[in-house]
Design a protein around this ligand. Structure first.
Ligand code: HEC
Length: 153
């Protein structure tokens, strides 16, 4: 009995600890947007590997990469409040100096992911050629935005 209680209490504490992580992260927009881009980078690694034939293609993996890009494109723009240009960030000052230009890059990103999501369908692109056609335009938006809105180095 005593052991069981301890186990439950430890489980509760672990649960609370877990719940506190998102609360902390949302207080730090730089950490949130960097983790979104890190998941985008991971999905791009998987996608690029399949496009080059280094990783075996599967529709489920293709769908997963596209779904990640879709979610990132819809949420990334929400984490650039005034003042978050300071500190350990790769975000260039041009984001705040040219907010319309940055919004236009975000729009290219969301347009590309919307089309890819549609092409992806319920089961993911059927073969690697279909995946390349869907994913290629999303890759085009990485460079286009990073060129102007991400710090070099
Ligand atoms: C609309 C602009 C925009 C688009 C589109 C975009 N990025 Fe980014 N990306 C950024 C900015 C800004 C940062 C720096 C964020 C920061 O450090 O606060 C960044 C950072 C990153 C990082 C570093 C994340 C980290 O751990 O700090 C990776 C990896 C990345 N992007 C990959 C990609 C890939 C791959 C794509 C395309 C599929 C892409 N990005 C599309 C703007 C963009």
């Amino acid at each position: 009995m005593h052991y069981f209680r301890k186990f439950v209490v430890a489980g509760l504490a672990a649960g609370l600890g877990f719940a506190a992580i998102p609360a902390q992260a949302s207080d730090d927009p730089v950490a949130v947007r960097q983790s979104l881009m890190a998941s985008m980078g991971a999905a791009a690694g998987l996608a690029g590997g399949m496009m080059k034939g280094e990783i075996a293609y599967s529709p489920a993996a293709g769908k997963s990469a596209i779904a990640t890009a879709r979610a990132v494109s819809l949420s990334f723009g929400d984490y650039f409040p005034a003042g978050s240009d300071q500190g350990n960030t790769g975000a260039a000052p041009s984001i705040w100096e040219n907010a319309d230009g940055f919004a236009a890059e975000l729009a290219k990103f969301t347009d590309a992911t919307a089309k890819a999501t549609e092409a992806s369908g319920k089961d993911g692109p059927a073969d690697v050629e279909a995946f390349k056609a869907a994913m290629g335009p999303i890759f085009g938006t990485c460079k286009s935005c990073h060129e102007t809105y991400r710090k070099k180095n």
